[in-house]
Design a protein around this ligand. Structure first.
Ligand code: ZN
Length: 232
């Protein structure tokens, strides 16, 4: 079968970044690359990409390519945003087209459940939307929003290599559950792609944000990926 991976936007797309400057495309692209690498271990899959590191490929060009190649599955990878500053809206949501095409709904459910189970992120559910990539594709199309760039905790995860890898593994696990691909002979069956849950280690809790920032700075210098999370 043929699948096309669509990392949303481009490096320099205006607006598509977190309040502290992470570009959405960096995340989308890293997850797409991770998915592509993992798909390589399965038999009889040809992987295409709709995006480019050089430019923000117009949506029509992306869906035209998928339609011309007659791929079987269109997978669009994104990170979400709510307004422009930091806020409390967070979690993962997955989209299919308004008409709830049966096959897309089933695939979306498998990918979405796999993402939620692997990441333990807030589950915002499977939704429908009149997005170009869902409407103009002639094949099964699903769009994932893997967390909010405008939420401090989500954004810290979206930046991290570990979370990107976890998302890629979870997406492939959902795809595999749906399409029942066989591993290539030279690839050992191995362990299940995604371990359950994301384990977070807390290094400190403070009343004063400044003290939290001090510790975060020290850990950053030591090479850790750090985020500060304000608990109500
Ligand atoms: Zn996006």
């Amino acid at each position: 079968m043929k699948i096309i991976l669509d990392a949303g936007h481009g490096y320099n797309t205006a607006g598509k970044r977190s309040p502290d400057g992470m570009r959405e495309y960096e995340f989308n692209r890293a997850v797409a690359e991770g998915v592509k690498d993992l798909l390589d271990s399965y038999k009889e899959i040809t992987v295409f990409t709709a995006h480019s590191d050089e430019r923000d490929v117009p949506l029509k060009e992306r869906t035209d390519k998928a339609n011309q190649l007659e791929v079987d599955c269109y997978l669009s990878i994104h990170a979400n945003a709510f307004e422009t500053g930091w806020n409390e809206v967070r979690g993962i949501e997955t989209y299919i087209y308004l008409t709830k095409p049966k096959e897309a709904a089933e695939l979306a459910r498998k990918i979405h459940n796999s993402l939620i189970s692997a990441t333990a992120m807030k589950d915002r559910g499977i939704k429908t939307a009149d997005f170009h990539v869902l409407r103009e594709t002639k094949m099964t199309a699903v769009l994932v929003e893997c967390g909010f760039m405008t939420n401090r905790e989500d954004a810290a995860l979206l930046r991290s290599t570990a979370y990107r890898k976890l998302c890629a593994e979870a997406i492939v696990k959902g795809l595999q559950e749906h399409y029942q691909w066989k591993k290539k002979d030279n690839f050992p069956a191995g362990k299940p792609a995604a371990e359950k849950g994301l384990f977070r280690v807390q290094a400190g809790a403070f009343r004063d944000r400044k003290n939290a920032e001090k510790l975060a700075e020290r850990l950053k210098k030591d090479g850790y990926e750090v985020f500060i999370y304000q608990d109500k």
